[in-house]
Design a protein around this ligand. Structure first.
Ligand code: NAP
Length: 260
């Protein structure tokens, strides 16, 4: 299948590592131009060098998206450098464990800033360019919006809001032909996931326990598998798909808990 995304400019937040980097690599592989926005400059430069060495065109913007002006300038720089913007992939997030007991009103607000507000801000600032290109938005959410996790009110509620915004924007942007969809990962081995695991008393034991409960294949989802879904959704091959939540999780969220 030809995804028909050659030369499309795809802005990916948190695109230097993990799922975002897998989306950036997949975009480049298909001839699109990934522009990754990330606060981890070292990882961003490594990915940029890797893609450029393979003869790919890409862009890197090193900012922290928690500052609204940085969201605005990321869009502006993309337009300056590449002249257009076809896709926004909202992906940056941090499972920061701000819970009811271990949190506070201030920490909760800060968690929303880390996980939610920049999704809105990026979409807001990208919209004029997306209207011009009749582009689309892919939001990366999390299974925690459906299952909860315990001790992570800020992250889980941000992910729930991201799903609500996916539906809300799909409606608001219908007149412009802009599609909005969400991908819902569950268990993907990335630096974020490793950090969460290492915060637990017995990381290896916990990992084995989780993997044994993933119905399809008893394995973690690969970041490349999340990327494959994101790429399909952002491509014209998904031209009649909007407002959807796509679970790429080996059946983890929906299948019978009694499965062994
Ligand atoms: P990751 O490995 O930590 O990669 C995310 C990248 O985004 C990191 O480079 C991170 O920088 C950057 N970033 C985070 N917040 C940022 C900000 N405010 N401004 C600029 N850059 C920022 O994470 P991942 O596992 O790929 O997660 C990507 C998305 O998938 C997240 O939204 C996450 O909630 C979602 N997700 C992941 C899983 C999973 O199992 N991995 C499951 C469900 C949902 P730092 O390293 O400096 O933070």
């Amino acid at each position: 299948m030809d995804l028909q995304i050659k030369d499309k400019v795809v802005l990916i937040t948190g695109g230097a590592k993990g799922i975002g980097a897998a989306i950036a690599r997949a975009c480049a592989h298909e001839g699109a131009i990934p522009v990754f926005v990330d606060r981890d400059a070292e990882a961003g430069e490594q990915l940029q060098s890797e893609l450029q060495a393979a003869g790919k065109v890409c862009g890197l913007i090193c900012v922290d998206l928690q500052v609204p002006e940085n969201c605005s300038s990321a869009v502006e720089r993309t337009l300056q450098d590449f002249g257009r913007l076809d896709v926004l992939v909202n992906n940056a997030g941090t499972n920061d464990r701000v819970g009811l007991e271990q949190g506070s009103p201030e920490k909760y607000l800060a968690s929303l800033q880390r996980n939610l507000l920049h999704y809105y801000n990026m979409a807001h600032y990208a919209l004029p360019a997306l209207k011009k290109s009749q582009g689309c938005i892919v939001n990366i959410a999390s299974k925690t919006a459906f299952t909860g996790q315990g001790g992570t009110s800020g992250y889980a509620s941000s992910k729930g809001a991201i799903l609500a915004l996916t539906r809300e924007w799909a409606v608001e942007l219908l007149p412009y032909g802009i599609r909005v969809n969400a991908v819902v990962p569950a268990e993907v081995m990335t630096s974020l996931y490793k950090e969460w695991l290492s915060s637990l008393p017995n990381p290896e034991e916990k990992l084995q326990q989780i993997v044994s409960k993933i119905p399809l294949g008893k394995r973690m989802t690969h970041a490349e598998e999340i990327a494959a879904m994101a790429l399909f959704l952002l491509s014209p091959q998904a031209a009649h798909i909007t407002a959807q939540f796509l679970f790429v999780d080996g059946g983890y969220v929906h299948l019978d808990r009694a499965l062994s």
